[in-house]
Design a protein around this ligand. Structure first.
Ligand code: 5RP
Length: 227
């Protein structure tokens, strides 16, 4: 099965978890978009909280009513994609640049379900470059401190400023992203805490102890993983 079909199958499977009246966090990326489309097709009466402007645009197009995160104190469930799914449903996210809003919505959710194609499963996180969102002001000095943190974890990595159309990409929050091709992250929790402690770092793409369930599209159908 092609990756796109696996993503679509995982997105459809996630719709089975949605009940009328729920407030649903809507993830970002192609797999999350497949979920949002399936949700609209089934016409379940929910209100969504979008994790990015792109997802909000898609939801509006599909006539899914939206709430701002501030209005939705209790999100019943969030369904979102991932760039890597590691042991214990540890994740790398942010390939689509929406990591900050995604993490805000995930942390406000009672249940978080990650949906993905089979290629996203890994035994060690880090082959996918770790996105690190930083404020634009003084970002080169922030980068130097990020590199020092990475080196202290044995990662001789020089993160790259993410570009779009040849210019630094701005997130929905007006920030910049550095992508750190770590290779293998042996201590994700330690690295997550150390990166968060750097002034100027707004968020990073390590999502640890947040996902409750993963629905992974495979050639044998959708496989459910728990923590
Ligand atoms: C966006 C994300 C996405 O969920 C992640 O990049 C996976 O994308 P896709 O479903 O297109 O493979 O974290 O910030």
């Amino acid at each position: 099965m092609a990756a796109d079909e696996q993503k679509r199958a995982a997105g459809e499977a996630a719709v089975d978890l949605i009940e009328p009246g729920m407030i649903v966090g809507l993830g970002t990326g192609s797999t999350a978009a497949a979920f949002v489309r399936s949700l609209a097709i089934r016409r379940i009466d929910i209100r969504g909280v979008a994790t990015s402007e792109a997802t909000a645009d898609l939801a509006r197009l599909l006539k899914i009513p939206l709430l701002e995160l501030n209005e939705a104190k209790d999100i019943d469930i969030t369904v979102d994609g991932a760039d890597e799914i590691g042991p214990g449903l540890s994740l790398i996210k942010g390939g689509g640049g929406a990591l900050l809003r995604e993490k805000l919505v995930w942390e406000a959710s009672r249940r978080c379900v990650v949906i993905a194609d089979a290629a996203k499963r890994v035994t060690t996180l880090g082959a996918f470059p770790l996105p690190i969102e930083v404020v634009a002001f003084g970002h080169a000095t922030t980068l130097a401190r990020i590199e020092a943190v990475l080196q202290s974890f044995g990662l001789a990595v020089f993160p790259h400023l993410r570009l779009r159309d040849g210019a630094p990409m701005r997130t929905d929050n007006g920030n910049l992203i550095y992508d750190a091709a770590c290779g293998a992250i042996e201590d994700p929790a330690g690295l997550a805490a150390a990166l968060k402690a750097v002034t100027g770092v707004v968020e990073h793409g390590l999502f640890l102890n947040l996902a409750d369930t993963a629905l992974v599209g495979t050639d044998q159908g959708v496989v459910t993983l728990g923590v």
